[in-house]
Ligand binder design. Structure first.
Ligand SMILES: [Cu+2]
Length: 320
């Protein structure tokens, strides 16, 4: 009775009504995550340009900590490369050289790690303080969709708070297709402190507030990707994590080509197919398919709870 009178039990009850009993912030509902974006919302452009002709790529990446709408009704500080999450997609061919100038315009130490290169991490991946720069050079000796990310500790928080992107190195002989897109899965773990952005405990517990393709939940439900019936469509896919796997599926299609982590599982097959491209954190690949009927094809992480947290979109196919 004493316990009830002091309100301890009552406060426990209200906790369980408003959120998990472990003290973590309450998770947004699917209705909240899929609500209409704010007026300032601009979808992250998933359409890919072919690799440029140049074989030496000079890239400038600026770390910027910016306020951004990361989900409907949620504007917080995010840590970015060039003001966007994911950061810019770099694309080239096997043998290309990348010369990256990284500048830290943020308020704390940051860094970058390119999986597309194989070099000693010690110097180029070092954390630099605000106002500092470094040059990070590598030759892309192997094809892939390679993750890049901030590698400053705690890495889970720097990645969850926006610091990731992709380098696409085309496999030799990769043929042009009618439509080519890139989808990068990332998780958000919202802090109640909008300046902090990410809740480190929620990351540790593995309870994401949102799971996104290209940085915003459900964004391609609002602004669908497009193709014409009979088109050949290629979707490059990267799981930037920081933690969760991705079972990439496009409802109504079968993949006749799947390339995962360096090799083809199937390649223009006429009598076998694939339903998902399964990726763990930091793995990537691409799928190809030809939707032969007009319709609205849903893109999901088929680990369905993640789709319902926002790893979900649409490819709208029209008659040609
Ligand atoms: Cu960082």
């Amino acid at each position: 009775l004493d316990v009830i009178a002091t309100g301890t039990v009552h406060s426990h009850d209200s906790d369980s009504a408003s959120g998990p009993s472990n003290g973590l912030p309450a998770l947004p509902t699917m209705a909240e995550l899929s609500a209409n974006p704010g007026e300032q919302f601009v979808p992250w452009d998933a359409a890919l340009d072919p690799a440029p002709e140049e074989t030496v790529h000079h890239v400038s990446l600026e770390v910027e900590e910016v306020e951004k709408e990361v989900a409907p009704g949620r504007t917080q500080t995010v840590w970015t490369f060039n003001g966007q999450t994911p950061g810019p997609v770099l694309r080239g061919k096997v043998g290309d050289r990348f010369v990256v100038e990284l500048t830290n315009n943020g308020s704390m130490g940051h860094s970058i790690d390119f999986h597309a290169g194989d070099i000693s991490p010690d110097e180029p991946m070092r954390t630099i303080e605000p106002g500092e720069s470094l040059t990070y050079e590598f030759t892309a000796n192997r094809s892939g969709i390679w993750m890049y990310h901030c590698s400053t500790s705690p890495m889970s928080v720097h990645i969850a708070n926006g610091m990731y992107g992709a380098v696409i190195i085309d496999p030799p002989g990769l043929e042009p297709v009618d439509e080519e897109y890139v989808l990068i899965q990332g998780e958000q773990y919202w802090s109640s402190d909008l300046t902090e952005g990410t809740d480190a405990d929620a990351v540790a517990y593995g309870t994401p507030s949102a799971v996104t393709f290209n940085g915003y939940p459900f964004q391609y439900d609002h602004e669908p990707l497009s193709a014409q019936a009979g088109d050949r469509v290629r979707m490059w896919v990267l799981d930037a994590g920081p933690n969760l796997p991705l079972s990439f599926h496009v409802v109504g299609t079968q993949f006749d080509t799947v390339w995962s982590e360096g090799d083809y599982l199937i390649d223009h097959s006429e009598d076998s197919g694939s339903q998902t491209l399964g990726l763990l954190a930091a793995q990537g690949g691409f799928v190809e398919f030809s939707p032969h009927q007009a319709g609205s094809y849903t893109i999901v992480n088929h680990a369905m709870s993640n789709a319902e947290r926002g790893a979900h979109g649409k490819l709208v196919v029209v008659d040609n």
